[in-house]
Design a protein around this ligand. Structure first.
Ligand code: EPZ
Length: 463
């Protein structure tokens, strides 16, 4: 009887999509939007090992920073994700020579960049475009960059970035959505961040690295990608001390040379696969990681009842067949529990025993995935920055939408750990930050495919 019900459900989902497709084609003939989805047939344990790519949030800071070099730079272990390709397109638009040396290695020759303006649409399509403000200000004493885009996580001002630039001697206007900033010259100073901000800390380093004299950043962010950028800049000849602590000292230098640098592994990508392993009761080893960057994830997974083994550069996660224990999570700036792992844990906790509480301590609204998990049967209530999750015995597959990058990752985890078909729309958010997610999950035994419509071919085959 169950097989019959599942087959009927599967046919109904296909018919529903087929009808939507017909309406889409009929309604918008000639101007069809490409509709892409992940289709997950869940309930399978993930098993095996997965190589973790370079860190997105390090790459999107280090690529703009290469502009400051007066010789070519070679960057290794770059994740080939949409945000990185946009960054590289911006560099090419500005006159840099960008060459792919192999699948994850790029050579950037910035010597022919002579324009301090970043193309508007490219800049507004991502959050990290604001790093061009700090780099171009440093290189040309001028920068024109659109206000950033990126994941909608509530209010995301850039006042701390602008405060740093002003403190270093720059003036700016914001008109028509563009930040136009310039300085006679940049002079080192003492800056205290009113709020711990990864972006503002990174932008301040970029703007101060060639300023006259000493800049001291206090209440600075300590994320691994902040340290990675400081290490990259120092390999070019910068003089930065204290990155990774809340006081960073930057002594301005006259010249930055080229560098050959390898980006750190992505601790959020690694954490996502670790949670997926636990959620599907599988046995997965994430390879090429820095376990220290994952300490919080490891401890929380152990606390709910998964088995986690740390090795030099890999971590094995073995899920438990019994329901997980409930836990409380409060996201904080590093070294606290990373906000970028909050949605993924929430997806897993929807099926834990008892009541889990998640407090989002960094962003105003990072619960936009909750409505979509409710479609799958989750019992979650949200009040401001607190989500209360009542564990249920199981979820059911459903058509859902990714609201942002990590919300999408949470839906993938929910779909993988749920019997039935889950279709995820708006996967562009996911592909911005996860390299080859379908390939990596398929190698671990997941039944996941990417479908592009109106290519109804697969539908007809299925029908
Ligand atoms: C970076 O965003 C990351 N993005 C985010 O990752 C990450 O969630 C976040 O840091 C925190 O770790 C990139 O690195 C490209 P913040 P960022 O400045 O720099 C407020 C992902 O999923 N704030 O540390 O924008 C801000 O509104 C993405 O990979 C100000 O008030 O984060 C937020 O509440 C999502 N004024 C808090 O500080 C400012 O000038 C932390 O923001 C700047 C920030």
């Amino acid at each position: 009887m169950v097989i019959y019900q599942k087959t009927l459900y599967f046919i109904l989902v296909l018919c529903y999509n087929y009808c939507r497709l017909i309406l889409l084609v009929g309604g918008k003939r000639g101007q069809l939007e490409k509709l892409e989805k992940f289709i997950i047939n869940g309930g399978k344990r993930l098993n095996g090992s997965v190589k973790i790519s370079g860190a997105k949030n390090a790459a999107v800071a280090i690529i703009p920073a290469a502009i400051l070099a007066e010789e070519p730079c070679v960057l290794e272990n770059l994740p080939m994700i949409d945000d990185v390709s946009i960054d590289l397109k911006i560099l090419k638009e500005m006159g840099a020579d960008v060459k792919m040396l192999n699948s994850d290695t790029i050579r950037i020759d910035p010597r022919h960049i002579n324009d301090a303006v970043v193309p508007y649409e490219m800049a507004r399509s991502m959050r990290a475009s604001y790093y061009f403000l700090g780099t171009l200000l440093s290189k040309f004493n001028h920068a024109k960059v659109s206000m950033p885009g990126g994941c909608d996580l509530g209010d995301r001002p850039i006042d701390q970035h602008l405060k740093c630039f002003k403190a270093l001697g720059a003036n700016y206007t914001i008109e028509h959505g563009i930040v136009d900033i310039s300085a006679e010259n940049l002079v080192g100073t003492q800056i205290y961040f009113d709020k711990v901000s990864v972006g503002a800390t990174i932008n301040a380093m970029l703007a101060a690295v060639k300023a006259n004299g000493l800049t001291i950043l206090e209440n600075a962010a300590k994320e691994p990608h902040v340290v990675d950028l400081a290490n990259f800049l120092n390999s070019m000849g910068a003089d930065i001390m204290g990155a990774g602590t809340d006081v960073i000292k930057i002594r301005g230098v006259k010249r930055l040379g080229g560098a050959h640098y390898s980006i750190i592994p992505d601790q959020i990508e690694a954490g996502t696969y670790m949670v997926a392993a636990a959620a599907t009761k599988g046995d997965v080893t994430v390879m090429g990681v820095i376990p220290k960057h994952l300490e919080y994830i490891t401890s929380k997974l152990r606390k709910i009842g998964a088995t986690v083994t740390e090795n030099d550069d890999s971590i094995q996660v073995i899920g438990s067949d019994s329901p997980y224990e409930r836990i409380n999570i409060k996201t904080m700036p590093h070294p606290g529990f990373p906000t970028d792992m909050q949605p993924q844990f929430a997806a897993m906790l929807t099926m834990a025993k008892g009541t889990s509480i998640i407090t989002e301590g960094v962003f105003d609204n990072r619960f936009r995935y909750v409505d979509e998990l409710r479609r799958m049967g989750a019992d979650i209530s949200v009040d401001g920055k607190v989500a209360v999750i009542e564990g249920v015995s199981k979820l059911t597959g459903a058509p859902v939408k990714a609201a942002d990058l990590r919300a999408g990752a949470a839906l993938v985890i929910a779909g993988l750990s749920t019997l039935g078909v889950t279709e995820i729309e708006d996967i562009k958010h996911i592909e911005r930050g996860y390299e080859k997610m379908v390939e990596k999950l398929s190698l671990l035994g997941a039944d996941i495919v990417k479908r592009t419509y109106p290519d109804a071919e697969p539908m007809r085959k299925a029908l």
